[in-house]
Design a binder for this molecule. Structure first.
Ligand code: A3P
Length: 321
């Protein structure tokens, strides 16, 4: 809410007030832009990013809907892309003292294009690595027109919903109390969630990945969890920096997987007690890191409803989550 207040009043009156809005999950309102819902401050940044971000052909962008495993994929991508400069078994590895959000900036959230932050190591490295929650439809033109590559991570909608509900409750101002799960569920099903509708976001990337498999690698949280080594190798091959036989033989892939594991990252001091630029504690990004945690929270009716929406939305697309 403090960040929401930083949005200039004049812009609020002239731009924001013209958009459809709905009551938010913790923030006062979510605003609809190009079919997706944003907080005011985020939308303000989205416009800036669409205008100013210049993709380079060698850029790699990790894309996702919130709570689908962004922090994890950013860590894996950082560790594998820069493994020569930062060997994953080095006890000075940047991921041991910094959260991946402080190493890999979000295009639409934390790049000051005139004055990039020095700790965003991936901004200054070659190739550059970024992340984004933007739907493909709303990506800056240069991302679509350049040969930069994207890796998308999606997650089962029931787990993504439960993760988002918990996350929201941790970030809500204490005087607001807990957001009842029924209220959150109704909003999620109607698509009114952070950069939702969830299904439209996922489908946008899925369809583009079918058309342009060399540009977009579409991954699932559950599959990375199941076979982490295979997917780390897939990402490296997709980007064009495959692991050498010697690297595999010496255990580099295993070391990357171990470095980025939920157990390892969530127990680091930086992730237990550190905060990001907005004051958000990093520990809210690490909850359980499991699949099917929804079983502990959703009623049979909720499960039926979410499954039905998912079937309807993905019907004919070939995508199953
Ligand atoms: P849960 O709330 O289900 O535990 P995001 O990074 O997109 O915000 O996603 C957060 C979700 O990813 C949370 O899910 C979090 O616990 C999980 N997560 C964070 N780090 C992880 C890791 N290294 N491995 C697996 N899951 C991780």
């Amino acid at each position: 809410i403090a960040i929401e207040d930083e949005v200039p009043q004049e812009w609020r009156n002239n731009v924001l007030s013209k958009l459809p809005r709905e009551k938010g999950w913790g923030e006062p309102y979510l605003y609809q832009y190009q079919g997706f819902w944003y907080q005011a401050f985020l939308f303000h940044n989205v416009l800036r990013c669409q205008k100013h971000f210049q993709a380079q052909n060698t850029d790699l962008i990790v894309a996702s809907t919130p709570k689908s495993g962004t922090t994890w994929l950013k860590s894996l991508a950082f560790a594998l892309l820069y493994r020569k400069s930062y060997p994953p078994n080095d006890n000075q590895h940047p991921l041991l003292s910094k959260n991946s959000h402080d190493l890999v900036p979000f295009l639409e959230l934390d790049i000051d294009f005139d004055n990039p932050r020095p700790d965003h190591l991936s901004f200054y490295s070659s190739p550059r690595l970024f992340s984004s929650h933007l739907p493909y439809q709303s990506m800056p033109k240069s991302v679509k027109e350049s040969s930069c590559k994207l890796i998308y991570i999606c997650r089962n909608p029931k787990d993504a919903f439960i993760s988002l509900w918990h996350y929201t409750n941790k970030l809500r101002a204490p005087e607001m109390g807990t957001l009842p799960i029924e209220e959150a569920f109704d909003k999620f099903c109607r698509g009114v969630s952070l950069i939702g509708p969830f299904w439209d976001h996922v489908l946008g990337y899925w369809q583009e990945s079918l058309k342009m498999p060399d540009k977009i690698l579409f991954l699932k949280y559950e599959e990375i969890k199941e076979r982490s080594n295979t997917h780390v190798k897939r990402i490296a091959e997709f980007y064009g920096c495959p692991f050498l036989d010697e690297e595999e033989a010496s255990g580099v892939v295993d070391e990357i997987v171990k470095l980025c594991s939920f157990n390892n990252l969530s127990n680091l001091e930086v992730n237990k007690s550190g905060k990001d630029w907005s004051g958000m504690a990093f520990n809210v990004l690490f909850r359980r890191g499991e699949t099917q945690d929804w079983k502990r929270y959703l009623t049979p009716d909720m499960v039926d409803k979410l499954d039905r929406i998912t079937e309807e939305k993905f019907h004919g697309s070939g995508l199953m989550l």
